[in-house]
Design a protein around this ligand. Structure first.
Ligand code: BEZ
Ligand code: FE
Length: 318
């Protein structure tokens, strides 16, 4: 029998896992083990640090509910979600608008609204604005009847679901017109802190990071024959555009609020224009899936668990 040492253990594990029938699982797990072992060797991981990591991962899992996804938040704050999004963009057959984080607050259950509707339940004086833009293919051909799901926080920097698991506010699903235009009324987005009351927040604080996201509005766009786009617009003048705690903001997604844009289809309000270009769909889109997930779809409540989550009965976004 070979002697197991810190130098031979990796090969021993890889040899044992080589029987994995699924080739992709074999590849992913072999690489994960190699990198995990290399990391432990690199930092000379101590037993105390190992148990601290186990405790941390346990806390991350324990705090998850259908309305709170701390595992996604951890992935986001480590830049893994943004990396996976970028790798996903690289598989598109055409270069469209780049992906940005779906985040943990997207909801499948979002009401369909008429063009021009106000999505905010509360509109403070001076905060109202229009969001509009054109959905097109990568060459600029307008896409009619595309579905555009929009969501953002309220003026307190919280998503509806963070205030009350059953409420639906600051979100809506719109359909583009014959010119590919979507339009809605909302409130100016503000920067906000990610949830800091859990283990991921403790990690972010221990790293002396601020935990802030720059002001943004999320969108998820779908049109038959085109790759689904998960992205977000970011306000250019936000002080955290360059140091988003979850690495979602990017210069190519930055926009300005214009006080009086003559092209805006709704007059009399400041407006944001955000055009989105979709790549044609390809075979890879059938297997690679959505960039992110509704947390309630990841962790469904156990029967009788009584955690207060009650999905809205509104029409489903996509
Ligand atoms: C968000 O933008 O909704 C978000 C993204 C990642 C972590 C927390 C929030
Ligand atoms: Fe957000």
């Amino acid at each position: 029998m070979r002697e197991l040492t810190p130098d031979t253990i990796t090969d021993a594990v890889l040899d044992q896992m080589a029987t994995t029938p699924d080739p992709r699982m074999r590849e992913v797990m072999a690489s994960a083990v190699k990198h995990l072992h290399a990391f432990a060797r690199d930092v000379n991981l101590t037993p105390a640090e190992w148990i601290k990591g186990i405790e941390f991962m346990t806390a991350v899992g324990k705090i998850c509910t259908p309305a709170r996804q701390e595992c996604i938040l951890l992935s986001d704050t480590l830049g893994l979600s943004a990396l996976v999004n970028g790798l996903h963009d690289n598989t598109a057959v055409e270069e469209g608008t780049h992906t940005s984080l779906l985040g943990p607050f997207y909801r499948e259950t979002t009401p369909k609204l008429a063009a021009g509707s106000q999505i905010a339940g509360t509109v403070k004086p001076g905060s109202e604005c229009v969001l509009y833009g054109r959905v097109s293919d990568v060459k600029g051909k307008p896409l009619a009847n595309a579905t555009v799901s929009i969501w953002q926080t309220g003026a307190d920097g919280l998503y509806d679901i963070q205030e009350n698991a059953a409420s639906v506010d600051y979100r809506g699903v719109f359909t583009t017109d014959a010119d590919g235009i979507y339009m809605l009324r909302t409130v100016k987005p503000i920067g906000y802190s990610i949830p800091m009351d859990g283990p991921v927040g403790a990690m972010v604080r221990a790293q002396a990071r601020h935990g802030m996201r720059p002001a943004h509005i999320h969108s998820l766009v779908g049109a038959p024959g085109y790759r689904e786009l998960v992205t977000a617009l970011y306000l250019r003048d936000d002080p955290h555009l360059e140091d988003d705690v979850v690495f979602g903001s990017s210069g190519d997604l930055a926009v300005d609020i214009k006080p009086n844009d003559p092209a805006c289809p709704i007059k009399g309000l400041p407006s944001i224009r955000f055009d989105m270009r979709l790549s044609r769909e390809s075979a890879v889109d059938k297997i690679s899936g959505r960039v992110g997930a509704d947390p309630s779809a990841i962790l469904k409540p156990a029967a009788g668990a009584g955690n207060g989550h009650s999905p809205a009965s509104a029409p489903v976004a996509s």
